[in-house]
Ligand binder design. Structure first.
Ligand SMILES: [Zn+2]
Length: 529
């Protein structure tokens, strides 16, 4: 059955892109001079370098005159007029295609994907933010300059590539859906490689396996698991507080968004799927009342939690689940949540290949080291929901730092919503063990963490939580949500995300919180300046 520990140890978790991302490239001279001229003509503008790509990571200020036309057109003409500033030549600029747009906090954002010789450059994007006069106010970027791709006539077929990927997952591999594919340029230390990007959803080893296979020679350039687990740890390694939802009385809550005819848990924001039974039916008085040990109870619990979390994110400016979804999974903004996943399964997860969230029942108490029912704790739902929100804006976020930020943001927003820094207090039962699975009110320093995403993510969640203690929930949630939204690359590092936080503060709050952000994220947490 499901075994997430072995799937996280599986050799298919290559994550070779990490080495590429930690490579510090020098900034190309031509780019630097184009940017210098650009900045000299515009007082009060700022520029951050991306030391991996040698192109600007972020430019902010009044970057253009007001323009006519749509935000999309204005964004395009800005890029066409200033290729050098972005580190591209005129020909490379023609390879940018618009892939997404959204409004947030007074700006309209347009995202463009970099392509080269007709193929998308994986992870290389640029985001342009314009105000209501179509004046460009900020650009964040993960673009690559001077792309080189080695070419030869030899090529393997897509069929061969699929065989290479499935063979690599091992003899026991069991698929749980069909393999999807696209051809991309994938970054390596030796330049970009034309690769088949295959997404393989599997039960065994459990995961959504992303493969990048060299089109020319069938070599596996990189591979990783993009499924977002609630926890890497099994319960034996977890800690709990003595208090838990057992002490909460059952209460009647309002389910505001159930669709007509109001007899199923199917609403504007959430649809629940019960793996063990047909869907819960309302009584003739429209009540979904089931005792906690009834199979339908978890459906009600998760439905309520998703509505609550969804509303929280909408208040932060979340646009809902919509367009930017490569798998066609959005259903009018509705998120599907699965309960009773697996058999006594000790985990919860978000699956990017389906866009759905899943909750196991846990194996406690028949397994003394197992977890309690994961559907019954709201912070677990909020954590998985946050993964879905990040995936909505940044599909395919990759690199171990990208994964750690995914976890860090997921823990932070779950805790902020509930105004409680503990994660997993109920699901981890061991009464003799103090503490909880994870705690956002921590002092974890970034340089002391391992590359394991939940471990490293604690440094990010902890820094965010301390920012919240300093600035209050309203301001901290605004800055932190904004920093996630404007990430200009899908392979962000902690330094990059922290710089985006500073940029949000600079652009919307006049750098009022710069000193406190720098103290908490750089001095206290050791995230690079
Ligand atoms: Zn997670």
């Amino acid at each position: 059955m499901f075994d997430e520990a072995s799937s996280l140890r599986h050799p298919a978790n290559r994550n070779r892109v990490d080495a590429f991302l930690s490579n510090e490239a020098a900034q190309p001279v031509a780019v630097a001079s184009a940017s210098k001229t650009f900045l000299a003509q515009r007082p009060n503008t700022s520029l951050e370098w991306n030391t991996t790509t040698g192109t600007p990571a972020a430019i902010a200020g009044k970057l253009s005159m007001p323009m006519t036309g749509t935000a999309s057109e204005a964004s395009q003409s800005f890029i066409r007029e200033n290729p050098g500033v972005l580190g591209l030549n005129a020909e490379e600029v023609e390879g940018l295609t618009e892939v997404d747009s959204f409004g947030w906090a007074g700006l309209q954002f347009i995202r463009h994907q970099q392509t080269y010789q007709g193929l998308p450059v994986f992870g290389a994007k640029v985001l342009v933010g314009l105000d209501d006069k179509n004046q460009v106010r900020m650009v964040t970027s993960g673009l690559r300059s001077q792309i080189s791709v080695k070419s030869s006539d030899k090529a393997i077929s897509l069929r061969e590539a699929r065989q290479i990927a499935t063979k690599d997952l091992g003899e026991q591999a069991k698929q749980r859906g069909s393999i999807t594919h696209e051809t991309v340029l994938y970054p390596t230390q030796q330049g970009h490689v034309k690769a088949y990007h295959l997404t393989v959803p599997a039960h065994q080893p459990l995961g959504t396996w992303e493969y990048f296979i060299d089109v020319q020679n069938g070599e596996i350039v990189d591979s990783y698991n993009s499924m977002k687990f609630y926890s890497f740890y099994f319960a034996p390694r977890a800690r709990v507080y003595p208090s838990n939802p057992d002490k909460t009385q059952l209460a009647t809550v309002m389910l505001r968004d159930v669709k007509s005819p109001y007899t199923k848990l199917d609403g504007q924001y959430c649809k629940v799927i019960n793996e063990d039974a047909t869907a819960a039916q309302a009584s003739t008085t429209y009540r979904f009342d089931f005792p906690p040990d009834n199979t339908h109870f978890d459906e009600c619990q998760v439905y309520y939690a998703v509505e609550k979390v969804y509303q929280y994110f909408l208040d932060l400016g979340f646009r809902g689940f919509t367009v930017s979804n490569p798998y066609g999974k959005a259903n009018g903004g509705q998120l599907a949540a699965n309960v009773h996943t697996g058999n006594k399964y000790d985990n919860a997860f978000y699956d990017p290949s389906t866009g759905q969230i899943y909750f196991g029942d846990g194996s406690y108490p028949s397994n003394a080291n197992g977890l309690r029912d994961l559907a019954k704790e709201v912070d677990v739902v909020a954590h998985e929901f946050t993964h879905a929100v990040i995936d909505e804006y940044h599909p395919n976020m990759f690199g171990s730092e990208g994964s750690a930020l995914h976890e860090g943001y997921a823990d932070y927003f779950a805790c902020s919503l509930l105004n409680d820094p503990d994660i997993g207090g109920y699901v981890v039962p061991a009464p003799e063990a103090p503490g909880v699975l994870r705690n956002c009110d921590n002092d974890v320093r970034y340089p002391n963490t391992s590359a394991e995403p939940h471990d490293r993510g604690q440094a990010w969640a902890g820094a965010c939580w301390h920012l919240r203690k300093q600035l209050g929930q309203e301001v901290a949630d605004f800055l932190i949500f904004g920093s996630m939204l404007i990430l200009g690359t899908t392979a962000p590092t902690f330094k990059y995300a922290k710089d985006m936080l500073l940029l949000i503060d600079q652009a919307w709050c006049g750098s009022e919180y710069k000193a406190v952000i720098k103290r908490i994220f750089e001095t206290d947490r050791g995230i690079p300046v």
